[in-house]
Design a protein around this ligand. Structure first.
Ligand code: ADP
Ligand code: MG
Length: 699
């Protein structure tokens, strides 16, 4: 059998299933199929007792009998339930799909080995759609290490289960000889890093004799994955660096120095200085800057942006600063104008959808004439009507609201060479991830907050603590502070979530008749949203009930309390962003996370992380450990050339560093991609680059 064989010709697959596998897992050839390595193994020699079950166990194997079977509900709500016991307790087995066939096959006189994830429902353990085997069949106990494969919802509906995958792969492997499978990793690299060859690794992973063998084979597969990722990233980085000439900005001049020595109200932090130095290094290099500036909320990115603008201005260029919303653009304008007070040589203007008529025409004309030095705005800045005399710098704030395409539109705004690009984000991501996700950007990090901040105090309340919450809020309101109350808004249950928000609004209005409560959510007209935000910013309303629309950058220094409802439904990175909305003034600020009364240990640990840490990077690492990088808010899929199936960016940082070095080495010795020992490698890279799909739907 050849690895290039179309999987539809594999026995038991056929055209329909082949199409599904192609669509769901981007698997079209036999070679692709055998590379789908298991994501976990279950040792089927271990049998648990029902009386030993505890919550949060991943998968358990139980041995026992069914003592009762019943159907519940009608039509699409129908489900099948079976009571299962091993003599130490009872577990309910539940099925939603394929009920008729399953019911026909269930026997009360048989002993079963069942496998599944137990969860607690109505004070009893239940397992939905368990895997079931006849315990007396000889085959079952022989499979010691049972491999489990990822499947998607669509595959499950078509009965392409993990077990089906395993059997199909076994069948294919038996027909592939070692010489059929060409290894894309050059032999000298395998030797240097002590890696198994591909055939050996695959056979081991699909049929491991023991757990110890798995780790060696896994290391080889992870290495391959990370190596090709780095190879691609570095290769693209090289071609970009060679091709994109930039506008030279060698000079640190009058405006920069005047501001730095005579107007700066406080000393820069060490991190701000370092980052400004890195930025200037890019801008004077003769190449175009493409830099990501990461810094936790409140770390002082705006000031770095301003210094960057001053470098551009001192070298004869104009600068733009683009924000994701009008409110933020207006705030940037106000902040920068205040900083630049007493420096009349610099003209700064605002361009958003709200700027209309004559004012707009004037700004456009003056910008085109080069009389405006810094233009602050929203994506209105990208429109073709906005012309510059000499745009040298584009700063994009809060990166995740903008796509790569919009960034590219900024490139066109200067005809001689593209402007330098600085992207600023407050979504901190771990270095290993940054290095990978933003492969096309160099990364700078502000890892230090300005001195003298009072850390935000975070507390965890449960639904039962409402009385205490209201009392605490009243105290803060009486001190003259303002309060945010945030509700989650998750797409699937949008109407329900909005109902929660409306109820919360009514409840707070009743609890605090002496204060004014405002609300903002995504279903409101933009103008109404802006108005509600403005009322809160000006202090006319004291409590603002909202969905996460306030997440990005709004600055209301008098708001010192952030209440987050259903906090367990947010990702940690998002909680951290929300919390960053308070703690901007001189007062002690609070963040109150409200959750259900009952929490699983995992959720409790996540909430605990928030209570204990205010460091965005610590939280990001923890979040990534729990959820995997695929879920990463704002970064999901944004820049990865392809997604990782085996390696993990959090855990495999060391291996990634090795792969990065190996990939660099390859490109150094074979820049033209012509060496014979690398041909399989380049071929493989082209092959995997064809599938730039995300895998987040895989369960
Ligand atoms: P970010 O945009 O990174 O969330 P900002 O730029 O809004 O943070 O800065 C937060 C606050 O800290 C602002 O009020 C700013 O004036 C102040 N700030 C910035 N840098 C310093 C510094 N070096 N020392 C003291 N305060 C600073
Ligand atoms: Mg900011």
């Amino acid at each position: 059998m050849l690895p290039t064989l179309d999987i539809q010709y594999v026995k038991g697959v056929g055209p329909t299933r082949a199409a599904l596998l192609q669509k769901e897992l981007q698997v079209s050839t036999v070679g692709d199929l055998v590379r789908l390595v298991p994501y976990k193994y279950i040792d089927r020699t271990i049998v648990h007792r029902i009386s030993d079950l505890v919550e949060d166990m991943p998968y358990v194997q139980l041995k026992g009998q069914i003592v009762d079977i019943e159907e519940e509900g009608m039509g699409r709500k129908m489900r099948l339930k079976a009571m299962f016991t091993d003599g130490t307790g009872y577990v309910e087995l539940v099925w939603f799909n394929g009920i008729r066939i399953i019911k026909k096959n269930l026997r009360m006189d048989k002993t079963y080995l069942i496998l599944g994830k137990p969860s607690v429902f109505n004070h009893r353990y239940s397992i939905t759609h368990p895997e079931m085997d006849d315990a007396d069949a000889p085959l079952v106990m022989e499979r010691r290490m049972q491999a489990h494969y990822h499947t998607t919802e669509a595959m499950k509906r078509a009965f392409l289960s993990s077990r089906w995958m395993g059997e199909t792969i076994q069948q294919v492997l038996a027909q592939l000889s070692p010489t059929d499978i060409t290894d894309p990793l050059p032999e000298y690299i395998r030797q240097r890093f002590g890696l198994l060859d591909l055939h050996k690794a695959l056979v081991t992973l699909h049929q491991p004799p023991s757990a110890a063998d798995v780790s060696e084979a896994t290391r080889r597969m992870k290495f391959e994955e990370l190596f090709f990722l780095q190879l691609d990233i570095i290769r693209q980085g090289l071609s970009r660096k060679v091709s994109t000439r930039g506008l030279p900005c060698p000079c640190i001049g009058e405006q920069f120095n005047t501001f730095y020595f005579s107007h700066l109200p406080f000393p820069l932090t060490g991190a701000q200085k370092r980052v400004i130095h890195e930025i200037h290094g890019d801008m004077k290099s003769g190449l175009q800057m493409n830099r990501l500036l990461q810094g936790d909320v409140g770390s002082g990115k705006t000031l770095v942006a301003l210094f960057t603008c001053l470098i551009a201005i001192d070298n004869g260029y104009q600068a733009v600063l683009m924000a994701p919303t009008e409110i933020l653009a207006e705030q940037h304008l106000a902040t920068i104008r205040q900083f630049l007070e007493g420096m009349p040589g610099i003209r700064i203007e605002l361009l958003t959808g709200n700027v209309k008529g004559k004012a707009r025409r004037t700004i456009l004309a003056d910008t085109a004439a080069g009389k405006v030095h810094i233009l602050v705005g929203t994506h209105a800045l990208i429109e073709p009507k906005v012309q510059f005399r000499n745009l040298g710098l584009a700063i994009v704030d809060e990166q995740h609201r903008f796509g790569v395409k919009q960034r590219a539109a900024l490139w066109e705004k200067n005809s001689t060479a593209p402007p330098h690009i600085l992207v600023m984000t407050a979504t901190p991501i771990p270095r290993t991830l940054a290095m990978t996700v933003y492969g096309d950007l160099d990364v700078s990090i502000i890892d230090e907050l300005p001195p003298g901040r009072k850390p935000i105090q975070t507390v965890h309340y449960r639904q039962n603590d409402r009385q205490r919450l209201i009392a605490g809020l009243r105290y803060q309101l009486q001190l003259g502070r303002q309060v945010y109350v945030v509700f989650p808004l998750i797409q699937e249950s949008e109407s329900l979530d909005l109902k929660n928000l409306e109820e919360g609004f009514v409840h707070l209005s009743e609890a605090f008749p002496e204060y004014r409560v405002g609300k903002v959510h995504g279903k409101m007209l933009p103008a109404d949203k802006e108005a509600a935000m403005a009322e809160f910013a000006s202090g006319r309303t004291q409590i603002l009930v909202s969905t996460t629309v306030i997440e990005v950058g709004v600055n209301v220094p008098n708001a010192s309390v952030m209440v987050i409802e259903n906090a367990e439904r947010f990702g940690l990175a998002q909680l951290h962003q929300l919390r960053g909305r308070v703690g901007r003034g001189a007062e002690q600020s609070y963040c109150i996370l409200i959750t259900r009364n009952e929490l699983s240990t995992t959720t409790l640990r996540r909430i605990q992380t928030m209570v204990e840490s205010t460091d965005g990077f610590v939280i990001a690492e923890e979040d990534m450990r729990n959820r995997g990088p695929g879920d990463f808010e704002g970064t999901a899929q944004s820049g990865m050339p392809f997604n990782l199936r085996i390696a993990n960016l959090t855990k495999d940082g060391d291996l990634m560093a090795l792969c990065r070095e190996a990939a660099r080495n390859v490109l150094e010795h074979d820049p033209e991609e012509t060496l014979p020992q690398h041909q399989e490698m380049w071929k493989h890279l082209r092959h995997i680059k064809k599938f730039q799909k995300d895998y987040t739907g895989i369960s």
